[in-house]
Design a binder for this molecule. Sequence first.
Ligand SMILES: Cc1cc2nc3c(=O)[nH]c(=O)nc-3n(C[C@H](O)[C@H](O)[C@H](O)COP(=O)(O)OP(=O)(O)OC[C@H]3O[C@@H](n4cnc5c(N)ncnc54)[C@H](O)[C@@H]3O)c2cc1C
Length: 376
Amino acid sequence: MNKPDVVVIGGGVIGCAIAYYLTKRGARVTVLERDRIGDHASSAAAGMLGAQVETSFPGPMVDLCLASRRMFPDLQQELLQLTGLDIEWNSAGMLRLAMDERESGELQQRGEWQREIGEKAEWWSQEQLIQSEPALSSEVKGALHLPGDTQVSAPRLTRAFARGLHILGGKGVEGAFVTGLRVERGRVKEVETSAGSYRPEQVVLAAGVWTRSVARMAGVSLPVFPVKGESLSVQVSEPLFRKTLFGPGAYLVPKPDGQVIVGATERENDTSPGVTLEGLHRLSREALRMVPELSGGNWERSWAGFRPGSPDGLPYLGRVKELSNLYVASGHFRNGILLSPVTGRGMADLLAGLEVPEFHPFSPERGERVTQSGWG
Ligand SMILES: Cc1cc2nc3c(=O)[nH]c(=O)nc-3n(C[C@H](O)[C@H](O)[C@H](O)COP(=O)(O)OP(=O)(O)OC[C@H]3O[C@@H](n4cnc5c(N)ncnc54)[C@H](O)[C@@H]3O)c2cc1C
């Protein structure tokens, strides 16, 4: 019988970040991953740290996203020194593109409240845009320039957390499929897996879109559901643009090796594993609408992943009321890469018995845990 202090169920970016920060605090932590670490949504992500580009109104979610985004420059150095892995933090910034007058108006309003909360969000006319990124199509009418919204390599980030965890003495067990949670006297007594059983003091549920079915093993209802996303990538021999270009129908994320990620479709409760021709067609069309010269890019690959959604679009971060030692960190939807450091640090604090006020709006006990159709 294995007896770590904490078992984290799920080896995606969220589980690995939590385990990393817990290990830094001195806890004995084991991550249980049924497949390979980082194999699922966390590898499908484009790696945008879109605290401003992804949010339409002010509130606790923007605050959490901004707090997490601020952690990346130091985190990059910390992980590089500890693990030798570069997460490829790219500070070139983002442009949120408007393709018509209506979008221009909406984005200018968004810029106003973002400046009011102290963030940089400058409106760029078509002329200013073309000077900065000459490859943009003349269809683009203007853009909100968001220099603070940066990007990283999502697969490298997950790997770096996992390697850091290992170096600091934590464990990641691959091929450990959690099949049961044995509950006794109001707490999870035992975590049963295909690779043996564990009796930890505390359990963290970070199983992405599968959180709902694992929670049910302990009699807990958490309505996390899948939102499928398809993406593709092309290779360009010379960089066509430096900033991440975020349009109304797709985004283009340039990577250091000449790769451009084109993402992503969004289909709620679609659990089919493949990539559709329709999805690829739509992404290619939107990409060429923004940067026509991308048509000369060489096709590389396509993939699909499942974002963990929640009914109100916010993540669940905290302890579940039914059980005294079961915590959840899931439902990060489109922002799990961005939110991973703040989630990891905050969950490590919570498990150590500290108050984390910035997590209050994300309590698993908020509102009704409305049940959605979907997996699990
Ligand atoms: C196409 C696409 C693009 C995206 N782009 C971005 C982006 O640019 N920026 C951003 O911030 N976010 C982005 N996201 C969202 C981000 O990828 C997710 O929010 C994040 O990866 C969720 O991480 P996770 O650890 O919760 O889930 P996952 O990465 O899915 O990890 C959950 C893990 O739990 C494991 N698991 C499940 N059940 C069990 C079990 N019973 N036993 C053991 N292990 C189990 C799974 O095998 C899996 O590895 C994107 C997502 C997609 C799909």
